[in-house]
Design a protein around this ligand. Structure first.
Ligand code: SF4
Length: 370
């Protein structure tokens, strides 16, 4: 049996106004105390997974690169000591361009971390400023170059489209710049403004507006066109990779494979019954205090597992394997689809989104839920 481990480090230097992740900016951040809680949880949870081989480890956040390489090393060592980690495991760390330098990246690489995921978001200072990011475009490029110099052969870059005031030309410029850097992986997310964020409040007050919908759709079309022409595989709605460089860890989420979440607010999914979801205490300060870290557990009903398999399947370019779906649930797949003509198609035993469905994926998912 295989497993992916996600380790959440929730601290950031400053909270970005659009961010609704479980992250917080506290100074100084309690590195030592938080890591002690992480190590306790790693040891406690490992008992259940004696038979599993760890295929992926993902250090996400927050900003994990704020922690010292010694601390990251202690987390990885405890993971290796308590779990069976495959020799060829994918080990990723997320990094913010202004929290890494040559020395730190070099130390992280020598710990065995073989994948670097850089939260660049934009190569334009005006867009970075709108997003409230603390790094500059120059620092973003420099972080990528340092990643290469220190031996990272698998680097991912995250970008955001649909930023307020961003034009189509601005976005094309970002795409050209990312292609020129030639990372192995590109995540191109559309900005979603979630309730409760400062961005949401600014939008409510009419101070901020996203680019018009037709421009956002053009941005998505341009992304797909430019990145696929540059040789990237569009393998998930927002994710592109050079052949052989898909994010193995994130694929586990989309393929409904098991993963264990360690850290404040981290989620787990285990294949028990129709699926078991668990979530840890999300408040990092409470997470550090309490011995029992899991605060929520839910067994999926069959209907929920079906819904999830459809949603996750449609996110991926490979789509839903009809035979596997029907074997797993004992039901024909088409009974679960409303009329989605032009948006989904079935070919060679797989149901996928059409190019139009990819552009209108939000609409597809809303229609599937009603
Ligand atoms: S750096 Fe990332 S996790 Fe931290 S506040 Fe900004 S968007 Fe959120």
């Amino acid at each position: 049996m295989d497993l992916g481990i996600y380790i959440h480090i929730p601290f950031c230097l400053r909270k970005c106004p659009y961010c609704d992740f479980n992250s917080l900016a506290v100074k100084p951040f309690p590195e030592e105390k938080y890591v002690k809680a992480l190590l306790d949880e790693i040891r406690d949870r490992s008992e259940e997974f004696r038979e599993h081989t760890i295929e992926t480890v993902y250090l996400g956040g927050g900003t994990p690169s704020l922690f010292s390489p010694q601390t990251i090393g202690a987390i990885l060592n405890e993971t290796i000591r308590n779990f069976t980690v495959a020799k060829e495991a994918e080990i990723t760390i997320e990094a913010n361009p202004c929290s890494v330098n040559h020395e730190k990246l070099s130390a992280l690489h020598s710990l065995g971390i073989n994948r670097l995921s850089l939260g660049i978001q934009s190569f334009r200072d005006d867009c970075l400023k709108t997003l409230g990011r603390i790094h500059s475009a120059k620092e973003a490029v420099s972080a990528f170059e340092k990643g290469r110099e220190t031996g990272f052969e698998n680097v991912g870059i995250d970008l955001i489209s649909g930023i307020p005031f961003q034009t189509l030309a601005n976005w094309e410029d970002d795409l050209d710049k990312v292609i020129a850097l030639n990372p192995e992986h590109i995540s191109a997310y559309q900005l979603h403004v979630e309730q409760g964020t400062p961005f949401y409040q600014s939008m409510e007050r009419g101070e901020l507006a996203l680019p018009p919908e037709e421009i956002q759709t053009e941005m998505l079309e341009t992304t797909r066109k430019k990145l696929t022409e540059a040789g990237y595989e569009h393998y998930e709605i927002s994710n592109y990779a050079r052949p052989g460089y898909r994010s193995r860890h994130n694929q586990r989420y989309w393929e409904g494979k098991e993963y264990l979440g360690i850290g404040a607010g981290a989620h787990s999914f285990l294949r028990k019954g129709w699926g078991l979801r668990q979530a840890n205490i999300s408040d990092p300060l409470l997470y550090m205090e309490r011995a029992e870290k899991t605060e929520f557990e839910e067994s999926l009903k069959k209907e929920e597992a079906i819904e999830e398999a459809i949603f996750l399947g449609l996110r991926q370019s490979e789509g839903i394997d009809v035979k596997r779906f029907e074997e797993r649930f004992g039901l024909p797949l088409d009974t679960h689809f409303p009329s989605l003509e032009g948006l989904v198609r079935e070919e060679m035993g797989r149901v996928t989104l059409t190019p139009r469905g990819l552009l209108l994926s939000n609409e597809v998912f809303v229609r599937l839920m009603t």
